[in-house]
Write a protein that binds this ligand. Structure first.
Ligand code: ATP
Ligand code: MG
Length: 873
């Protein structure tokens, strides 16, 4: 039997060696430079620019094996995964490509040759579908492909089938290159009766290969434009063809999956083959999700609360919840990563390098979800039984939202759980709750901007505000409109030097000086896309709208330092920590910067120092900072970093500190890095699982910070009478001395107490012929009381000693019993103390002659003593 590795190799070699194709490695499954796409979903993604003729390649024919993920957007197979046997969230797509070279004829001929001659798949089992035309798009049936199948292959003519747009017109997304396609399906029914099942969602007849004839571009609005050249783009599901060639009914029975299922089996103590159908689904879901997580995290994605990161989080949480069905309570998914790496590491070496990192990310994510998972499941179960008793079949949106908000259950997880109970979720109500929460969040912000709509504007002129504040900070301009809002005024200018808060950079402050009035601007923001300055008015605004506008440079200038420093920091972080670092939030203010980013562990002091040195080095180099506008694609080609989840227009502004940092950014920056002055990291901390925060200072603030620290050091030098270099040792010495002194003091105390043992014996209470010694102490060591107990035992007979230490509202007991009492009256210290401690809300025990215990309730001491007396009677 051929192994999966062999099959992959044979595919590539067939096109490379026999058909003159160039092998092209898979692109990362995370498209870092394309905010329109969450994950690579087909082999053609990396060649999109070739089809659109905005890019070229040095070859006209290519073959590859592309890592794909289909859990979002146009192609989303999540609901099928695990429940069927041939859809995965992550899978490999084998493809051959023609860029304006060969077209339908060769594509069809070669596909047939590989499947039937090289691999010997029985021809009677194969079907070919062709595009049957679409009126809406004004497209005819693909008669050409239909004829070619009949002419250039010896397929049974009855096996050529026309299908509609849904199956036989391939599109990557809402827009982009597309065209009619011709699919090869395989009939796995024993008696080859599957013709009617083609494109019928049956595991018995499944699509294995799609030959796409790219000849159109779908543009915004839905129209099709003919491309200048015709291309071939094919995609064959690797896992599916392996199943066919290994003669398996399920992708999961091939050597792509069996080692992973085995490794899950070992962890859960159950073999996949011996599991029930329902349990097997759990195995498959977990095996599938681990692959997806391993590949996507290796390529730089991170579980998080938004966009791409949330897809990872959802899958991981789903897998964790499915694991509960096999009683997996502790983090375990991360342990399967190793096997995924074993199976795929040769073809995709990047996952070998990242294996440890991937495991750490998954483990920490599992740990954090595990904290609430069981409580969430409990809540869900009691909810279900309550609803069922009322004959309701829909989980209310408010409960789904509670599961989401309090217990971290993604909506689709709740949906799966509901589905298993034959119920559904009121998703509209869930969305409504979600929106309400967002509203509340917004309302809790500094200003309520909704009220803005109610403002009573005095309008001088219409038109858009021109922002000139990149270069000019003091200008003459006019007010377009203004309005009173509480004790503030809102002002919109014709031209403005005031930067409105965005991209993390704070809004400008300053002065508007008019005829007969002055406005002290305290903030500038974007409201409904308008640049609005907010401030306090003195005097009154009359007929004359002209004003002199002046930005407060004492605030703006250090803001520039911090903004440019943020870009340098971002680049340095990626250099030192790796490409998985993605901006997750940013604040650029006059007095410092705050930068949140995805990174899974604490940053080590050496790493922080390295980052500081790199940033300061780039400042020292005094690199020019240039800004310009360009098309999004050109900026991307320059390697500009785009922030994920930001919406960019076709024209973007680039802040260029090449080659070190190129970022898309609309903010304000220095002209050369040297202006920034010193850069210093003041703090590194964690804000959420997988998100770290760096707070840093630049320019005068950094200097002030360093001077303050130096001042502290000088004072310590004086105080300790030692040079700075020796301070750490000195303090350590001092701490050690203090500890020693404390120990000595305790010994001294102990000595004093031991000296009082005779006094204790004299003061004993007589109960019959037994002496009971009860003594209370405060804040002494229990060890010392044990010594007292021992001494009591040596110095007396017929005696029970009960020593109590009170500390911080709690109590400790030590009980000692002399040997004669143990022997003659079977009195045991361990038994006595156990009951005594129980009475005071605690526990303990020990040997017959000496025992210790701790308890919480000091008010019960009189009862405890009474109990002891009763025992000795
Ligand atoms: P299906 O109808 O089976 O979902 P598709 O029409 O979505 O397939 P294409 O977009 O044409 O598939 O992708 C090309 C090939 O990739 C398919 O012929 C199939 O072999 C494979 N494939 C597609 N989706 C998956 C998946 N989720 N898991 C595994 N293989 C897949
Ligand atoms: Mg599909």
């Amino acid at each position: 039997m051929k192994t999966a590795k062999q099959i992959r190799r044979e595919f590539i070699e067939f096109f490379e060696k026999k058909k003159d194709h160039t092998f092209v490695p898979s692109s990362p499954v995370v498209p870092h430079d394309d905010p329109t796409l969450l994950f690579i979903n087909a082999g053609m993604n990396q060649f999109k620019d070739v089809f659109l003729e905005t890019g070229t390649r040095p070859y006209k024919r290519a073959a590859n094996s592309q890592k794909c993920i289909r859990v979002s957007g146009k192609h989303n197979d999540l609901e099928e995964v695990g429940h069927d046997t041939y859809h995965h969230t992550y899978f490999e797509m084998l493809g051959n490509w023609s860029f304006g070279d060969y077209f339908k004829e060769d594509a069809i001929k070669w596909a047939w040759e590989l499947l039937t001659e090289v691999w010997g798949i029985p021809k009677e089992r194969l079907y070919a579908t062709v595009f049957g035309g679409d009126e809406g798009d004004g497209l005819e049936a693909d008669v050409e492909a239909e004829k070619l199948w009949a002419e250039v292959t010896d397929i049974n003519p009855d096996h050529i089938i026309r299908c509609g747009k849904k199956d036989n017109f391939w599109e990557m997304g809402e827009t982009g290159p597309c065209g009619p396609c011709s699919e090869v399906h395989i009939d796995l029914t024993p008696d080859m009766s599957g013709k009617d099942l083609v494109n019928g969602d049956s595991p018995l007849v499944m699509e294995i290969w799609n030959l796409v004839f790219i000849q159109y571009n779908r543009v915004k609005g839905g129209a099709l434009e003919k491309l200048p050249a015709q291309h071939v783009d094919t995609g064959m599901g690797f896992e599916r063809i392996v199943a066919v060639l290994q003669d398996k009914k399920s992708n999961y029975d091939t050597d792509v999956f069996t080692p992973i299922l085995d490794s899950i089996g070992k962890l859960v103590g159950l073999e996949y083959d011996k599991a029930t159908e329902e349990q097997q689904i759990v195995f498959r879901v977990i095996a599938d999700h681990v692959r997806m997580l391993t590949f996507s995290i290796s390529d730089g994605a991170m579980p998080s609360n938004s966009d791409r990161g949330y897809v990872l989080r959802r899958l991981l949480r789903r897998a964790a919840r499915y694991g509960r069905k096999l009683d997996m309570k502790d983090p375990f998914i991360y342990k399967i990563v190793e096997t995924v790496v074993d199976v795929n590491g040769e073809a995709f070496p990047e996952i070998v390098d990242k294996a440890d990192y991937v495991m750490e990310v998954i483990k920490s994510e599992e740990e954090s979800f595990n904290k609430t998972l069981d409580r969430g499941i409990e809540l869900f179960n009691s909810l279900v039984s309550e609803l069922k008793s009322k004959n309701t079949k829909t989980i209310p949106g408010s409960d789904a939202f509670k599961l989401y908000d309090t217990f971290g259950f993604p909506l689709d997880l709740t949906r799966v759980m509901a589905f298993e109970q034959d119920m559904d979720v009121d998703e509209a109500a869930f969305e409504a709750e979600m929106n309400q929460q967002k509203e509340r969040g917004r309302a809790a912000g500094k200003f309520s901007m909704q009220e803005d709509e109610k403002l009573d504007w005095t309008v001088f002129s219409d038109g858009e505000t021109e922002f000139v504040g990149y270069d000019e900070l003091e200008i003459s301009t006019s007010i377009r409109k203004w309005a009173q809002h509480g004790d503030h005024v809102h002002v919109v200018l014709e031209k403005t030097p005031f930067y409105a808060e965005s991209g993390g950079q704070v809004g400008d402050q300053g002065i508007l000086q008019g005829k007969g009035f002055q406005i002290e601007v305290t903030d500038t923001r974007k409201v409904n896309d308008e640049n609005v300055s907010i401030g306090t008015l003195s005097g009154s605004i009359g007929e004359d709208a002209s004003v002199d506008a002046r930005v407060d440079t004492a605030r703006r200038t250090p803001t520039l330092y911090n903004h440019t420093a943020t870009h340098l920091l971002h680049a340095a972080l990626r250099n030192v920590l790796g490409d998985h670092v993605q901006q997750a939030g940013s604040l650029v203010a006059p007095d410092g910067l705050r930068f949140d980013f995805t990174h899974f562990k604490k940053i080590e002091p050496e790493e922080l120092e390295k980052i500081e040195l790199i940033v300061n080095g780039k400042i020292q180099e005094n690199m020019p900072v240039t800004t310009y506008t360009s098309s999004f694609d050109e900026a991307k080609a320059k390697g500009a970093m785009a922030l994920f989840g930001e919406k960019y227009g076709d024209v973007v502004r680039v802040v260029d500190i090449a080659p070190f940092s190129v970022e898309l950014c609309g903010g304000c920056h220095v002209k050369a890095t040297g202006e920034i002055g010193p850069f210093i990291i003041a703090q590194e901390s964690s804000v959420a699982a997988g998100v770290r925060r760096i707070e840093a200072l630049t320019g005068p603030e950094a200097t002030r910070y360093m001077l303050e620290r130096r001042d502290i050091v000088s004072k310590l030098e004086q105080q300790l009478n030692a040079p700075a270099a020796e301070l750490v040792d000195r303090v350590q010495n001092l701490q050690e001395k203090t500890r020693q002194a404390e120990r000595d003091l305790q010994k001294l105390q102990a000595g004093q107490i031991i000296d009082r043992v005779d006094e204790f014996i004299d003061g004993a209470e007589k109960i019959g012929d037994v002496s009971l010694i009860i003594e209370e102490f405060e804040n002494v060591e229990v060890d010392m009381l044990k010594q007292v107990g021992d001494t009591l035992r040596q110095k007396s007979t017929q005696t029970v000693g009960f020593l109590v230490n009170k500390a911080d509202g709690k109590v400790n007991f030590v009980c000692a019993v002399t040997d004669d009492l143990i022997k003659d009256r079977s009195l045991k210290a361990g038994d006595l103390i156990r009951e005594a401690a129980k009475m005071a809300g605690g526990g303990g025990g020990g040997r017959p002659h000496l025992a210790t215990a701790g308890a919480k309730d000091a008010t019960k001491l009189p009862d405890v003593y009474e109990f002891l007396r009763s025992k000795l009677n």
